[in-house]
Design a protein around this ligand. Structure first.
Ligand SMILES: [Mg+2]
Ligand SMILES: [Zn+2]
Length: 234
């Protein structure tokens, strides 16, 4: 049996999906403007967009590059099943797109320093800190220009673009939050972290999905559905 090695494509959120905490929020508590919670309240009331909120929040962080890297190491907590899930995906040679409203450096830390990316074909799409030559923050480079939904990172348009490029692939989406809703709707199979915003909204909208407590739950379901490992005799 010959199956294309790219028959599944994974699109995965980072904060509270691959990690169990939100490093940007914790960095803001340590290095940001204490007014960030009030700014988030303005999103709830519709006074500002999510993108404007994220621009304000990310630009409020004052940190040196050295403290940033050290803080990520201290703060970042990975899901207990992340390494096993990525190992299985890597063995099967499925591509992974990590599309996130987090910062590229945080995700790179997980993939490189914490070695989640070993043997994995992955791409990171997130926001980036542009550093000055003195290693202080110059500005934040957002992963895309403003979109019609006012996303900071427009996950849905990126999933739609990937589907156009890979019309025969099955898209697997793994996420937890508000910014995953539109993108998850575009996927063929959705995994949503239990008791979080995405899972609640999918129940409300009556959209088929699988809930997970941790990423071992996703891995076990994938193994049951797609096999322990693809056997290809090309
Ligand atoms: Mg998330
Ligand atoms: Zn958008």
């Amino acid at each position: 049996m010959v199956l294309s090695s790219s028959s599944l494509i994974f699109v995965i959120d980072f904060d509270k999906t691959i990690s169990t905490n939100d490093v940007v929020v914790e960095l803001m508590e340590l290095y940001g403007d204490p007014g960030w919670q009030e700014v988030e309240d303005k999103v709830e009331t519709g006074e500002i967009t999510l993108r404007e909120c994220m621009e304000w929040e990310l630009n409020s962080i004052e940190i040196t590059k050295q403290d940033y890297v050290r803080s990520i190491g201290e703060i970042l907590q990975l899901d207990i099943g992340a390494k096993s899930l990525f190992t299985w995906i890597g063995l099967n040679k499925y591509p992974v797109h990590i599309i996130s409203d987090s910062l590229t450096g945080i995700i790179e830390y997980a993939m490189e320093v914490k070695k989640l990316g070993v043997g994995l074909d992955y791409k990171i799409d997130a926001h980036s800190i542009i550093w000055t030559k003195h290693e202080t923050i110059s500005h934040i480079h957002f992963s895309n220009e403003p979109c019609i939904h006012n996303c900071a990172n427009c996950k849905v348009s990126k999933v739609i673009a990937l589907k156009k490029l890979n019309p025969n692939s099955t898209f697997i989406y793994i996420g937890d939050g508000f910014t995953d809703i539109l993108a998850a709707h575009e996927a063929d199979r959705i995994y949503a972290r239990k008791d979080m915003f995405l899972a609640d909204k999918l129940v409300e909208a009556n959209i088929a999905h699988h809930v997970f407590l941790n990423l071992y739950g996703v891995l076990n379901d994938l193994k049951a559905k797609y096999g322990e490992k693809y056997i290809s005799d090309e």
